[in-house]
Design a protein around this ligand. Structure first.
Ligand code: 8YV
Length: 324
C-alpha cells in the first residue's frame, strides 16, 4: 500500500522558524513569500492547498479562500485573529485555529509592566539618566498606582490574568465586557462609558475586528479624566489614535502605554512625539519561550487536523465537534 501524500500547505509570509521547519518536514509546503512569481504559484497550487498557516500581519479574506477551494484549515499564529475573516471561513466549512492560553501569562506580565512604566515614567527616567541630567537635578516626581481603580475592557483569559496580577498591587478592579461574569469579585459595568467614569486606568484587552473599531474615542478618554492612563495590549484598531494624541497633548488624560497600533508597524508621528506616551513595538507575546509555545500550537493544530483528530484550538466562529 502506498502512503497518502502529505497535505499541501500554503505560507503567505514568513513565520516563526519552528513553524516553517515543521511544515516543510511534515507537509508539502508552498511558500508565496519566496516564490519568484507568487501569483503563478497561487494559480498553480491553489486548488490543491488544504491548509494555511498565517501570522497576525497576513489578512485572509473570502476572496483568498475562494482561490483555495480545497482549503480545510487556517492556523493562525496568535490568539487574536482579526485579520482572518472567520465568518467567511465558517460559511465555507473551513476551520480557523488560534493560539490561546500559551501566551496569556506573557501578555499579562507585559501589560502590568507597561502600566507601571507609563505611570512611573520608567523609560523617560532611563532617557533622563543617559542624557546626563541626573547630576543637575533629580528626575521629576511621577504619578502613582496608589489608590487607583483599574478598568479592564475585556475580561477574557488575558484580562483575568492581568486582574490576578493586579490583585497584589492593592488597586480596585472593575471591568466591562459583553456580559457580567459570575465567578469574579470585580465590579461589572454594562457600558464602556460607565467603566471609564469609574476607573482612572483603562486597560484594553478586548478582541480587535469590525465590532470594536475605535471603541476608545474622545468621549471615553474624557470620561477617564485628567489623571487617567490608557494601556492597550490588544489591537490598535480599538483606539481612535487621533483622538488619543489630542487627549494626551491637551491633558484630557495623563498618559498612555501602547503595545499595539492601528497600522503596524507604522506609528502615528503625533503619538511618537509625545513625552507622556510609552510606545512598544507589539512585544506582548514576544519572548523566546512564548513564541516557541505559540509555534508549537500552530503545528499541533495542523498535525491534529490532518491526522483526523480535529483541531485543538478552533475559534468560536468555527466550533468543532467530533463526528459533526
Ligand atoms: C501576535 C498577538 O500574534 O496573539 C496575538 O494576538 O497579538 C501577538 O501574539 C504576534 O504579533 C505574532 O505575529
Amino acid at each position: 500500500m502506498t502512503e497518502p501524500s502529505p497535505a499541501e500547505i500554503l505560507l503567505i509570509r514568513p513565520m516563526h522558524n519552528a513553524v516553517m521547519e515543521a511544515l516543510a518536514r511534515d507537509f508539502t509546503l508552498h511558500r508565496l513569500d519566496t516564490a519568484p512569481d507568487p501569483e503563478a504559484l497561487l494559480a498553480a497550487t491553489g486548488p490543491r492547498i488544504r491548509g494555511l498557516a498565517v501570522g497576525a500581519q497576513t489578512p485572509v479574506d473570502g476572496a483568498l479562500m475562494d482561490r483555495l477551494p480545497g482549503l480545510e484549515i487556517i492556523a493562525n499564529f496568535g490568539v487574536g485573529y482579526d485579520t482572518v475573516d472567520a465568518r467567511a471561513a465558517a460559511s465555507r466549512g473551513i476551520v480557523v485555529t488560534n493560539t490561546p492560553d500559551v501566551l496569556t501569562d506573557e501578555v499579562a506580565d507585559l501589560a502590568v509592566g507597561l502600566l507601571l512604566a507609563t505611570l512611573r515614567r520608567i523609560p523617560q527616567a532611563d532617557r533622563y539618566l543617559r542624557a546626563g541630567h541626573w547630576p543637575k537635578a533629580p528626575f521629576p516626581l511621577s504619578a502613582s498606582l496608589r489608590g487607583r481603580t483599574v478598568g479592564i475592557l475585556g475580561l477574557g483569559r488575558i484580562g483575568r490574568a492581568i486582574a490576578a496580577r493586579l490583585g497584589g498591587f492593592g488597586v480596585r478592579i472593575a471591568y466591562h465586557g459583553r456580559r457580567p461574569q459570575a465567578d469574579v469579585p470585580y465590579a461589572y459595568h454594562s457600558t464602556l462609558m460607565g467603566l471609564a467614569e469609574a476607573a482612572d486606568v483603562l486597560m484594553v484587552v478586548a478582541p480587535g475586528g469590525a465590532d470594536t473599531v475605535k471603541l476608545i474615542d474622545a468621549r471615553v478618554l474624557a470620561a477617564l479624566g485628567p489623571q487617567g492612563v490608557l494601556v492597550n495590549v490588544a489591537r490598535g484598531s480599538l483606539v481612535d489614535e487621533a483622538a488619543l494624541a489630542e487627549a494626551l497633548r491637551g491633558g484630557t488624560i495623563l498618559a498612555a502605554g501602547l503595545d499595539v497600533f492601528a497600522d503596524e508597524p507604522h506609528v502615528p508621528a503625533d503619538l511618537a512625539a509625545l513625552d507622556n506616551a510609552v510606545l512598544l513595538p507589539h512585544v506582548g507575546s514576544a519572548s523566546h519561550h512564548t513564541r516557541a509555545a505559540m509555534a508549537q500550537l500552530v503545528i499541533d493544530n495542523l498535525v491534529a487536523w490532518f491526522s483526523g483528530r480535529g483541531p485543538l484550538t478552533p475559534v468560536e466562529e468555527t466550533p468543532w465537534r467530533a463526528g459533526a
